[in-house]
Design a protein around this ligand. Structure first.
Ligand code: BT5
Length: 235
């Protein structure tokens, strides 16, 4: 897949600039890359710590799949980020995935993914900590350098785009099945205990796998619950 990278020194949010470009007709594969963000966003209006020295980019994707399947992209993006992290870190370190879109190194969050729909385009925003981590995020965070890798933002970008393109091609050709299998292979094992926020309430249960659409299957005392990605957080 061909990427057309547009580089900026500073933006509010790369997702917002990607939306703006998409509205102007930017083509599939347009990439917005900023050295730093002044208003980086997480999910649910949370802030993404975005000083210069980390990777911040957003891809404009024009896909034929129905909007209902777009959340599958957050699993695909998580995998591409995990591939990138593995390529940049010593061999014995391996990124682990946690539902719905966390990429962890030894339990610490190293990246964030924000998939948004902008009319007929999908925006895939990815932040990957290379040099810096926030002082306090409420949980452990890490970076490539803190995990024993070399500081190279452009190197990380090139690897990430390559891996994203490859994972996207598999998804387009074969659907969510192979993405789901690859995600499960890197995630918490079946039966792992998870705490998930559903509509403001914390639900505890055992990981029962990913449903065919990416929903979390959570085994709770009353039976099996389906938790849909997007509007919940893992505590
Ligand atoms: C995410 O949200 O993890 C999605 C973050 C997406 C950021 C990218 S950067 C490029 C593109 N442009 C944007 O404006 N956004 C995207 P969420 O799961 O809601 O996690 C947000 C929480 O992570 C915050 O509330 C903090 O606790 C923590 N956090 C903030 N900055 C962080 C960082 N740099 N590294 C690790 N954790 C961070």
């Amino acid at each position: 897949m061909m990427f057309n990278v547009r580089h900026y020194e500073r933006l509010g949010s790369t997702n917002d600039e990607a939306r703006r470009l998409a509205a102007e007709g930017a083509e599939h594969g347009t990439v917005v890359h900023a050295d730093e963000q002044t208003a980086g966003r997480g999910r649910l209006a949370r802030t993404w710590f975005s000083p210069a020295g980390n990777l911040y980019l957003s891809l404009v994707l024009r896909l034929e799949t129905p909007p209902a399947r777009r959340q599958e992209l957050s699993f695909l993006a998580s995998l591409a980020v995990a591939d990138t992290v593995d390529a940049m870190l010593p061999k014995h370190v391996r990124a682990m995935l946690k539902w719905p879109n966390d990429v962890l190194i030894a339990g610490a969050k190293i990246a964030g993914i924000l998939i948004e729909q902008a009319d007929d385009a999908t925006i895939a925003g990815i932040g990957l900590n290379i040099l810096h981590t926030p002082a306090s995020a409420g949980y452990k965070t890490t970076s490539i350098v803190a995990s024993g890798g070399l500081a190279s933002v452009d190197g990380a970008r090139d690897i990430l785009l390559d891996r994203f393109g490859k994972r996207l091609a598999v998804w387009q050709a074969n659907g969510f099945g192979p993405v789901r299998d690859a995600w499960m292979e890197r995630a918490h094992p079946i039966g792992a205990s998870l705490r998930v926020m559903v509509s403001g309430e914390t639900v505890e249960g055992a990981f029962g796998g990913l449903d065919t659409d990416g929903a979390l299957l959570l085994d709770v005392p009353g039976g099996r619950q389906r938790v849909v990605a997007g509007d919940v957080g893992v505590v």
